[in-house]
Write a protein that binds this ligand. Structure first.
Ligand code: 13P
Length: 266
């Protein structure tokens, strides 16, 4: 499959923001401003807001996702949420976000176990990878992302992950919440490196079917730079995803890319 055939996805990561009392209103406002049928829209609120967002966007064609999932199915893990518990609440899940790697010490291997649980439960995973600033400055960005991918994907069958609709988000840590986004060209080079790494580890042409998103200080003002890159299939958005105006701008721009891809593939 050529890049032109991959979907265009705008995924909102609300992180630790919103409450059950206000999340529904925000989700409804975003839904009403982003009705673009060719763009895959996903909202990932905190666990406690999943039901409110699910209800608010019912019938809108918006996916609802969790921001994490535990690696075990059930048991003595106080404060945790397992993949089967998300049934009826979420159909997507973010895994390996750099804030979880930082705050909860998640390793690549642990992210890989979570990935298995997500897929078993029928959740569509968004697997996050990305280097720290010092790693980029040391010329290690590709090597870091290759290591993260190898660790998380080890033991997983590419065909199973493809069938689960795996999405990879390239989120350079230095760009997250800093207002300092990567350049479109740098993000595209990383997306190409990610697909090369998949190809080299047995994915073959399946690597070309995996959507790759950019994340890190993405806004309606800079999203065009990323969507202009054929190797980038959308964005995983943090801060700007809490603003309906910003979501409208980003999804609107994504619709242009989706239409161009459709025309190219027709
Ligand atoms: P910001 O868009 O706030 O930089 O966050 C990006 C991110 O971490 C999305 O997962």
């Amino acid at each position: 499959m050529i890049g032109a055939m991959r979907p265009v996805i705008i995924a909102a990561n609300w992180k630790m923001n919103t409450t059950p009392a206000d999340a529904g209103d925000l989700a409804r406002a975003i839904a009403g401003r982003t009705r673009e049928p060719d763009v895959v829209r996903v909202i990932c609120p905190p666990y406690v807001c999943l039901a409110a967002v699910r209800d608010a966007v019912a019938g809108e064609g918006i996916g609802v996702g969790a921001q994490n999932v535990h690696q075990e199915l059930a048991g003595a893990h106080t404060g945790e949420v397992s993949a089967p518990m998300l049934a009826g609440l979420a159909t997507w899940v973010i895994l390996g976000h750099s804030e979880r790697r930082r705050d909860a010490g998640e390793s690549d291997a642990l992210v890989g176990r979570k990935l298995g649980r997500a897929v078993e439960a029928g959740l569509r995973p968004i697997l996050c990878v990305g280097e720290q600033l010092a790693e980029r400055e040391a010329g290690q960005a590709v090597a870091v992302v290759e290591r993260q991918l190898a660790g998380a994907l080890a033991g997983h069958d590419p065909a199973t992950l493809l069938a689960a609709g795996l999405v990879i988000a390239y989120e350079p840590v230095w760009a997250i919440g800093t207002g300092r986004n990567a350049s479109g060209a740098d993000a595209a080079a990383m997306a190409e490196a990610i697909r090369a790494a998949l190809r080299a580890s047995g994915w073959g042409t399946g690597a070309d079917d995996v959507p790759i998103l950019y994340g890190g200080s993405c806004t309606s003002a800079n999203i065009a730079e990323f969507l202009a890159e054929p190797s980038i299939d959308g964005a995983l958005v943090g801060g700007a995803s809490l603003k309906p105006d910003e979501m409208a701008g980003m999804v609107g721009r994504a619709a242009i890319t989706a239409a161009a891809r459709r025309a190219a593939g027709a």
